[in-house]
Design a protein around this ligand. Structure first.
Ligand code: AHR
Length: 635
């Protein structure tokens, strides 16, 4: 009997038994493509206070009074009649940190500075906090720093200035709160006379990793990202070239980093900069994917283009970065890296040129960057930016240019409805296998009100089955954006939500997590019968699936997404191997409207042991559920 008739017979007999609606045939002898370790990554941008007020442990907001507008943001100043205060810049701390608060005490008097951080400072009982401040001037007196909740002082310390301070000096205090508070404030009470200049007022928990909040860091670590794209996004582009991200401003002592107005409408201290991003990648075991401005500001709105001369500087910035990241310690920038404490190179392999850029001027600039980088670093792969659109004329033109000009990796961004995602899971089946690879640098399903709900995450999971099956083309994929500080955000949906003390992963987060943890090394050929599901003229699938094999654990990984309201029963027919009787099921399920929040994690992965497995068995894939089966292959 031919294969066709065997299949038909099997299907008919199963249908006659009653329940079975599909047959999933898995053929272990047909393997490929290999799945790159980079496939699931993260996209890191300081949007929604992801860094300042987020991952960065600094608790003081507007610590260095650098803000051009909203100069006193975060601060309340109370002073006696004989005290005057102003923001000045004649006696700057340094060239990057020019402004400071000047307080003139014409007589012996008192003033109090209060900082609320980002809507209330969080401190933990018994933990150590470092308070630091830079002072200068001829002031003499006492400065008492307190962490206060309502009227209760939780920690305090004093700096006694019997002699005039003179030139800028850094003072530090160790503060240990007697109580935990999620709504405290930093209060600096000053008593004395003379002129006091104040800069870099900082309060940080001693417990941190390279200046990062450990709970938020843990959430990133749990994703086990294969790469990290940073530092943006639109942040890289800037509203104008003036506030586009410059990596050199983000390294070195924090008082020498430049506080900048960022694209997302707040000031950014750069307290976590390129060096910390590289350390983070190293910790995560993720390939760093830094993105550089191609000499064009935010292209959607009156873009500014760097002149020929200026462009050379932008290109030089990338070359210097590569020397900083990869160069020997006897090179200038390699030496800078070593002086920061990392003599070993970071071995950066990817450089992105541009974010959501398009058109001949970008392409011309891209070519110049590529030529310069490849001349010095031929092995570094250069990522070309696609336009903001993911279909249509502009998108096709960009792809034509990329193909004709041998681009290595094309950065696509897809923000689409869940329904679009469900109808387009085969998008990458049609991509040319010998053309540029794809980095899906940003994607998310946008529901009607952009809710981070289970419906959106189900659609993303379905879309990822198509990505994984095509991982010879799509070599990197990252959801966007990564973080959202509740009540301080500019963009939803996001992967991880947090406030000053709490954090939770959205349904999309847990989809990323289980896909990343259950990636496998190679795709195994599989086919599902009765797959197509037509609704309102759209071609969906009843079930979305991908099968892979994990060589280390010798497990077959079957991922099936059923986004619809009905359970589907499938007969699984595995060819070419035998499997053990006991396996594991990991599943995420809920109502499409379900969301997670600080109090309730409605959508989280659950696990259970499954038995009675064989190379031929039936399985019901539940409605609105992502199911991952891990079956151990017999020796
Ligand atoms: O992820 C938020 C923004 O969306 C990114 O900064 C930009 O690249 C995209 O348009």
């Amino acid at each position: 009997m031919s294969k066709f008739f065997v299949g038909l017979f099997l299907m008919l007999s199963l249908l006659l038994v009653g329940e079975v609606q599909h047959v999933l045939t898995i053929d272990f002898s047909q393997q490929g493509p290999e799945i790159p370790e980079t496939l699931y990554g993260i996209f890191f941008e300081d949007i929604n206070h992801a860094v300042d007020g987020g991952l960065y442990v600094e608790l003081v907001r507007n610590r260095s009074f650098e803000q051009e507008t909203r100069r006193y943001e975060g601060w309340k100043i109370e002073r006696g009649d004989s005290v005057k205060s102003s923001i000045e810049e004649t006696h700057s701390l340094n060239g990057n940190n020019t402004r400071y608060l000047e307080m003139k005490f014409f007589e012996t008097d008192r003033a109090t500075l209060t900082n609320l951080g980002y809507g209330g400072i969080v401190v933990i009982q018994g933990q150590e906090y470092t308070f630091s401040i830079y002072l200068s001037g001829d002031f003499t007196g006492t400065i008492t720093t307190m962490v206060v909740d309502d009227d209760e002082v939780l920690a305090s310390g004093s700096i006694l200035l019997h002699q005039p301070v003179g030139d800028w000096k850094k003072y530090t205090l160790n503060l240990i709160p007697t109580k935990t508070s999620t709504d405290s404030r930093l209060s600096i009470s000053i008593f004395g006379s003379g002129t006091l200049r104040i800069d870099m007022v900082s309060l940080m928990p001693k417990k941190n990793w390279s200046g990062m909040r450990e709970d938020l860091l843990g959430m990133i670590e749990d994703l086990k990202p294969g790469f990290m794209r940073f530092p943006g996004g639109c942040l890289v582009q800037g509203n104008t070239l003036e506030n586009a991200y410059r990596w050199k401003e983000s390294i070195g002592p924090i008082e020498q980093r430049k506080t900048k107005w960022n694209f997302w409408g707040y000031y950014q201290t750069l307290g976590i900069g390129f060096y910390e991003y590289l350390l983070l990648c190293e910790k995560l075991g993720a390939e760093p994917v830094p993105i550089f401005n191609p000499g064009i500001s935010f292209q959607i709105e009156s873009p500014e283009y760097a002149s020929e001369e200026e462009l050379k500087e932008w290109i030089q910035d990338v070359l210097d970065f590569l020397e900083f990241a990869n160069g020997a310690t006897d090179t200038y920038w390699g030496g800078v890296r070593a002086s920061l404490g990392h003599p070993e190179p970071f071995n950066v392999k990817y450089i992105g040129v541009g974010n959501e850029n398009w058109g001949p001027r970008y392409w011309e600039n891209f070519e110049k960057f590529r030529k310069a980088i490849k001349e010095k670093y031929p092995d570094v792969k250069i990522i070309f930016s696609g336009p903001p659109s993911y279909e249509g004329t502009g998108f096709k033109q960009a792809w034509r240019w990329a193909r004709e000009n041998n681009v290595e990796i094309f950065d696509e961004h897809i923000y689409a409805s869940p329904e679009w995602m469900l109808a387009n899971t085969d998008r990458y089946n049609r991509y040319n296998r010998s053309g540029p690879k794809v980095m899906l640098g940003e994607y998310a399903a946008h529901t009607d009100r952009r809710r981070n709900n289970w419906w959106a995450a189900l659609a993303e999971a379905a879309f990822l089955t198509g990505v994984e099956r095509n991982s010879d083309v799509v070599i990197m994929a990252s959801y966007a954006p990564l973080f959202n500080r509740v009540d301080w955000s500019q963009w939803i949906p996001d992967l991880i939500w947090f406030d000053g003390s709490r954090v939770f992963g959205t349904p999309s987060y847990y989809v990323q997590k289980v896909f990343s943890e259950n990636r496998g090394d190679v795709v195994i050929h599989s086919e599902l019968t009765n797959e197509e599901y037509r609704m309102f003229g759209y071609r969906y699938k009843h079930l979305y699936h991908v099968v892979t094999y994990d060589e280390k654990s010798r497990e077959l990984i079957i991922k099936v997404v059923n986004p619809w309201p009905e359970d589907r029963t499938v007969h699984l027919d595995i060819k070419g191997i035998a499997v053990e009787e006991t396996g594991k099921e990991i599943f995420l399920t809920g109502d499409p409207k379900d969301e997670n929040n600080f109090d309730e994690l409605n959508i989280v992965p659950k696990e259970r042991v499954i038995t009675g497995l064989n190379t031929s068995f039936e399985y019901t894939f539940k409605a609105h559920t992502v199911t991952i089966l891990r079956l151990r292959v017999k020796e």
